[in-house]
Design a protein around this ligand. Structure first.
Ligand SMILES: Nc1ncnc2c1ncn2[C@@H]1O[C@H](COP(=O)(O)OP(=O)(O)OP(=O)(O)O)[C@@H](O)[C@H]1O
Ligand SMILES: [Mg+2]
Length: 268
């Protein structure tokens, strides 16, 4: 059993003082694991990650209920920079690279909170290049002229430059060809097993996320409707039907299930 690194406890998030988006979300991320936060468009995945990394303020969002703990310390009042110092870095949805900077300069921006000196930073850069050989080849290319896959790798690489204990990865598969998605997830798994980096990844792509994660939570309309070990979720009939595209029906979401019994299975 690994210790709980991150504990999200019944959080409610409201945007613009009126729009209630998260309605009591609880989840745990054990140290050294890969946890997937799954769900469709607008389910609240990005909002959950923003709440954890304290990026809600810029979006006029507030955590109005519940608590978030990192190794037992409350973190809701910290700034995003404090979070980075504590080893938690978010890779934002849509792989935000600085378009006019080279890949290497983009990576270096991720090291701005480091206080352990140039040599240590240079060492991390070499490590990032070892994990992402494509970035090394493209190190002096302007990010704007690199491929979507290279930009996603650059965004993850930049997060790694902060030497994080935990990475919050928002929708890494978005807009990428299946083969590149696979490559990105392989690297994530490698970073997890070899460097011990813990991941919380938000994904609409349930299939790939559950193949690489240890544990998964399914979010619908601001609530967790199911959670379990990734292997169990992959075998679950409801997950297969609604999220893995294996069902024959036309129901699109858990909430359309009429059967009380079925519903009870995950509400119990
Ligand atoms: N800054 C904001 N102000 C107001 N409402 C917002 C804001 N950001 C998100 N929302 C709303 O919150 C809900 C959840 O959005 P969120 O981006 O967290 O979902 P998501 O699960 O990440 O979706 P996607 O898979 O499309 O990225 C949506 O209804 C969205 O419209
Ligand atoms: Mg999102």
């Amino acid at each position: 059993m690994s210790a709980v690194l991150l504990n999200v406890n019944g959080i409610e998030v409201i945007y613009n003082h009126v729009i209630l988006v998260l309605k009591g979300v609880s989840l745990q991320v054990p140290e050294g694991k890969v946890v997937a936060l799954l769900g469709g468009n607008g389910a609240g995945k990005t909002t959950t990650l923003r709440a954890i990394s304290n990026l809600l303020a810029g979006e006029r969002g507030d955590v109005t209920k519940g608590s978030i703990e990192l190794r037992g310390d409350r973190i809701e009042k910290l700034t995003p920079a404090d979070m980075v110092t504590r080893g938690v870095v978010q890779v934002m949805e849509g792989r935000h690279c600085f378009a006019h900077l080279s890949i290497e300069d983009n990576l270096m921006t991720g090291a701005y909170t480091r206080t352990d000196g140039k040599a240590a930073v240079a060492q991390t850069l070499e490590k990032v290049y070892a994990y992402f050989p494509r970035l090394k080849t493209r190190r002096s290319s302007q990010a704007a002229y690199t491929s979507g896959g290279e930009q996603q790798m650059c965004a993850i690489g930049r997060a790694l430059m902060a030497n994080p204990k935990m990475v919050l990865l928002d929708e890494p598969s978005m807009g990428l060809a299946p083969q590149i998605v696979e490559e990105v997830f392989e690297i994530v798994k490698d970073l997890n097993t070899k460097e011990g980096v813990t991941f919380l990844l938000a994904e609409q792509n349930t299939n790939i996320a559950l193949r690489y994660a240890d544990y998964g939570y399914i979010l619908e309309n601001g609530r967790i409707v199911m959670d379990g070990a990734a292997g169990d979720l992959r075998e679950n009939e409801d997950v297969k039907e609604f999220y893995l595209g294996m069902g024959g029906g036309d129901r699109k979401s858990f909430k359309d299930v009429k059967s009380y019994k079925r519903r009870k299975r995950w509400l119990a």
